[in-house]
Design a binder for this molecule. Structure first.
Ligand SMILES: [Zn+2]
Length: 223
């Protein structure tokens, strides 16, 4: 049941403000571009449209229901609210980060995929697809993003930006940073010539080893 003053939603609003400031500081967006959201039960807290990240306060963060109905907040929700809601509907995401970061935008204009230039891409589910261009804020963009996210935790939007999601805002944000780093690394590699790309089998091996080590850690903390 929705309670608009619940501790969880207030924490989400505060967290969105602090991560918005990081979005600028980390160069993942400029001005009020990009947007982020956190899901708490049936409610999504999402950054507002048209407020510069450096001026945003927790009360400016909008609360919307999963069907898009606005339930609280003085400002207009992000124009990409339909895309955020579509991702919550299609995945187990608890937070979504949408950036306009330069490396992924540049790649999106020239490539159809970010290939496995480094094994860390397994953290995003593998090579990251570039979704076809569709106008910002549209249902078509939401559908294109969800389709290209199949089996992935990140998608690049052609001539637009990127979206990552995670079990919380910290994880979704770290994935946005990782994605930008991978795109930059790929561009640097291209400057040397045709880079070697990891195969699906090599990526599977990394994923299996990562799982094995996590399992070992969990056992370790229990004993
Ligand atoms: Zn955008």
């Amino acid at each position: 049941m929705y309670r608009r003053n619940s501790d969880e939603l207030q924490a989400a609003r505060t967290q969105l403000v602090s991560y918005s400031a990081r979005l600028l500081a980390d160069g993942l967006a400029v001005g009020s571009a990009g947007n982020m959201s956190v899901r708490a039960g049936d409610i999504v807290a999402i950054t507002p449209s048209g407020i510069g990240y450096d001026a945003m306060r927790p009360d400016d963060v909008c609360l919307v229901a999963l069907d898009g109905t606005k339930v609280d907040g003085p400002e207009t929700p992000s124009s990409e609210t339909p895309m955020h809601l579509a991702i919550y509907a299609a995945t187990g995401a608890a937070a979504v980060v949408h950036t306009h970061s330069p490396e992924v935008v540049a790649l999106s204009a020239a490539r159809s995929e970010l290939p496995a230039i480094h094994y860390a891409i397994t953290g995003l589910g593998g090579p990251v697809r570039v979704a076809p261009y569709v106008r910002f804020g549209s249902a078509g963009l939401a559908a294109a993003a969800v389709a290209a996210l199949d089996g992935r935790r990140a998608v690049i939007l052609r001539n637009h930006g990127a979206v990552t999601y995670g079990r919380d805002l910290a994880q979704a944000y770290d994935r946005a940073l990782l994605l930008e780093w991978l795109a930059r690394t790929y561009r640097l590699a291209l400057s040397y010539g045709e880079p070697a790309i990891l195969s699906a089998a090599e990526l599977d091996e990394v994923t299996a080893e990562t799982r094995r080590r996590r399992y070992g850690e969990r056992r370790g903390t229990r004993s």
